[in-house]
Design a protein around this ligand. Structure first.
Ligand SMILES: [Zn+2]
Ligand SMILES: [Zn+2]
Length: 250
């Protein structure tokens, strides 16, 4: 069994063949998909999709790139919706992106803080997107009592990874791990505690080899997971699935 912990199949890139993509995922052994929202409009599309398919779950969050969409009303609506939509299993993606820096840092920080406060209140796990911002992220997270933290599509250093593991944060690996240039990520993977690792596609982005350059989809998770298993003898898909089930209380 495979669980895709992070996909965006609600986006336009799948409008022409979403049903087929979902069928291919099931045929490839993907038994659960966490479909992650990242902006106001997409959050509701993600929930609608999760309500159509038993094995698809949804999350709600405002990505750092979309931080300008945030206001108090957006936060209230997230709280209200989470309370009445049982398929919403986490908040996020939320976080800090100082690599792209599409939004001012102060705004990214305050929007993240506001969402962490909601996650604490609702006792939901959080999916964190963090690029080149681990100092600020690691400073902020302990100010909140959070059920579970997932560092999605982790691309930080081994030192940063160790801080995360020491606090019990889960870590998700994408197709990036299959890329020839990803030597340092493979080092992080080799050091990752077995009980904290999960796998994700982040589709339509980041397809694993041999589909690099194409649109990614949940069925390709198979290639990422086989590659992870080839790197570590103690890793198998049932451990990754068990971790995902625990992380999101599926
Ligand atoms: Zn992300
Ligand atoms: Zn994402």
């Amino acid at each position: 069994m495979l669980i895709d912990c992070h996909s965006h199949i609600h986006v336009d890139a799948f409008d022409s063949d979403r049903k087929e993509v979902i069928k291919r995922a099931q045929a490839a052994g993907v038994e659960k998909i966490i479909n992650v929202g990242f902006d106001v409009e997409g959050n509701f599309k993600a929930i609608a999709l999760a309500n159509e398919y038993d094995f698809i779950y949804a999350t709600m969050g405002i990505h750092p790139h979309a931080a300008s969409e945030w206001n108090e009303e957006v936060g209230e609506k997230i709280i209200e919706t989470c309370k009445c939509e049982p398929k919403v299993v986490a908040l996020g993606e939320m976080g800090l992106d100082y690599y792209k820096n599409f939004q001012p840092r102060e705004l990214q920080l305050s929007v993240l803080r506001a969402q962490l406060a909601i996650a604490q209140k609702l006792e939901l796990p959080v999916i964190i997107h963090c690029r080149d911002a681990f100092n600020d992220l690691f400073e902020m997270l302990p100010h909140f009592q959070l059920k579970n933290v997932l560092l999605h599509c982790f691309t930080g250093t081994l030192e940063e990874a160790r801080v995360g593991w020491s606090r019990g944060y889960y870590m998700a690996f994408t197709g990036i791990i299959t890329y020839p240039s990803a030597g340092s990520l493979r080092e992080v993977f080799r050091g990752c505690p077995i009980n904290l690792m999960v796998a994700e596609t982040d589709c339509p982005y980041l397809p694993p080899i041999p589909n690099r350059g194409k649109r990614n989809e949940p069925a390709f998770l198979r290639d990422t997971v086989s590659y992870m298993m080839s790197l570590r003898k103690d890793v198998d898909s049932s451990i990754l699935s068990a971790n995902s089930i625990k992380l999101f209380s599926l």
